[in-house]
Design a protein around this ligand. Structure first.
Ligand code: TYD
Ligand code: MG
Length: 453
């Protein structure tokens, strides 16, 4: 086997890296790849025995394996994984540096090791001592947890042979390299090769594997989008480093629902699972202040109450600023245009700042009405009615459209002591209204602002 550099857009090959493809003129498209000599059968170490000798099976003859899942020992992590770690699955945990990936995985590794079986934690970023120091803070006890400071994928797989772990953790995929390739660790070729090796090991040995991937500033998993296709599950660690709480979100999951959410709080003793995030996000909410509304959003299957804040002020120099954090800036512009055109609130010469308190990001259309409510409240300098929750999608004609999971949202709001809910008219007939809850349906933005203030 040898490696060549191949253009990713036309397939042209060259013995060394080229900045521009001579065939198709694409820039920066060359990636190192392994090539097999023609005619030779590809032998893949650790690959699963083909089922039924490589022949097609009748659908009815295939066992529906009710795969048992192992708990990672951390309830919120199990939740994003769709109920626990599936044997033989390859999971990618992405996130910005310093957000807490290594912390979470070390905690999970320790719990897994004491409940299920040995865990091999291969770290290419920290020495065994550094990992141990962190472990002391986290209170990692005397569990069969093996640490390996190694970046060569072949060596890591040798240790897998020796230790025979029940769970493998590789931190991070960008530091790992294969001896078969000449390019530097972290390059697309290396990352792809390492991920493929790990995939065959995971499937062949039924060994659940979690790999860490770093995320670049613009939010993509650094370099290798390729990874997302290879792995079974992609989790993103989000949140901002200045807030104590963190959110782990599933963006792809072959074994469970996506957009499932796990909420954690970073403490002096590592990450703590937060079972009731609504209470956390509303904890410091000011009461009776203009520009604040409470939204009930749904993440995956979980309703979460968050506070949406808005501040409207006179723009200086006639150039109005619109700043959004936690909501899509384009969506905000659209909503401001609707407010202007359909509700007659003139915001052309005003600065508008919108923020979802606590660093949470909301990308559901159901947030529209809450954003509008907060903006209108700040503009008129009047607080919204107390104990009121809002949700609903707003269309360009100023109409308020029904959203999904209305009953779920109402129940969560009632549980946290809210007594009034402004919802789209189309959702009023859900029938499943909690006791003591006053549900008000609105058909358009004007009606909504009337009942809110
Ligand atoms: P880390 O897991 O090293 O991040 P990543 O692997 O994603 O780069 O997280 C490091 C941050 O977490 C660091 O800023 C310190 C903080 N931290 C705590 O606040 N408490 C703790 O118990 C630990 C272990 C880390
Ligand atoms: Mg780390």
């Amino acid at each position: 086997m040898k490696s060549v550099f191949a253009c990713q857009s036309c397939g042209a090959q060259a013995p060394k890296w080229l900045g521009r493809c001579p065939e198709c003129d694409a820039w920066n498209s060359f990636v190192e790849e392994m090539v097999e000599k023609p005619g030779k059968t590809v032998e893949r170490k650790g690959a699963a025995e083909p089922l039924g000798g490589g022949r097609a099976l009748r659908y009815a003859d295939v066992d529906a394996v009710v795969s048992t899942r192992f708990s990672s020992g951390i309830s919120e992590f199990d939740r994003v994984l769709g109920g626990g770690i599936v044997p033989g699955s390859l999971v990618l945990l992405g996130g910005e540096p310093g957000i807490g990936k290594s912390t979470l995985l070390l905690q999970a590794a320790a719990a897994f090791a004491s409940d299920v079986g040995p865990v091999l934690y291969a770290s290419g970023e920290e020495s065994e001592h550094q990992v141990k120091m962190r472990g002391e803070r986290l209170g990692v006890g005397d569990a069969p947890l093996f640490l390996l400071a190694e970046t060569c994928i072949e060596r890591i797989l040798e240790e897998v042979d020796r230790v025979r772990p029940a769970l493998l953790i590789v931190d991070s995929i960008q530091t790992v390299f294969s001896l078969k390739m000449a390019s530097a660790p972290g390059s697309v070729g290396q990352v792809r090769q390492a991920a493929t090796d790990l995939l065959f090991t995971a499937k062949g040995r039924n060994l659940p594997t979690i790999v860490v991937g770093h995320v670049t500033k613009d939010g993509a998993l650094a370099g290798p989008k390729v990874l997302e296709h290879v792995v079974d599950t992609v989790l993103y660690f989000e949140g901002d480093r200045h807030h104590a709480h963190r959110v782990v979100r599933a963006v792809k999951n072959r074994f469970g629902a996506i957009s499932e959410l796990g909420v954690f709080e970073m403490t002096g003793e590592g990450l703590r699972a937060v079972a009731n995030p609504s209470a956390l996000f509303l904890a410091e909410r000011p009461e009776n202040v203009p520009g604040s509304s409470v939204l009930c959003c749904v993440e995956g299957s979980r309703p979460i109450l968050v506070e949406v804040q808005a501040l409207v002020g006179t723009a200086t120099f006639g150039n109005a600023r619109r700043t959004a954090s936690g909501v899509d800036p384009n969506r905000l512009s659209l909503l401001l245009a609707v407010l202007d055109k359909r509700a007659g609130l003139n915001l052309v010469s005003d600065d508008v700042y919108v923020n979802v308190a606590g660093g949470m990001a909301v990308d559901e259309p159901a947030a529209d009405l809450a954003i509008l409510a907060a903006v209108a409240s700040s503009l008129r300098n009047r607080p919204l009615l107390p104990h009121t929750v809002v949700f609903g999608e707003v269309g360009l004609a100023g109409e308020v459209r029904a959203t999904s999971h209305a009953a779920l949202r109402l129940r969560e709001a009632a549980q946290l002591g809210f007594s009034r809910c402004i919802v789209p008219d189309g959702n009023v007939a859900t029938g499943d209204v909690p006791k003591d809850m006053d549900v008000v349906g609105v058909r358009n933005v004007g009606e909504a602002l009337d009942v809110l203030m």
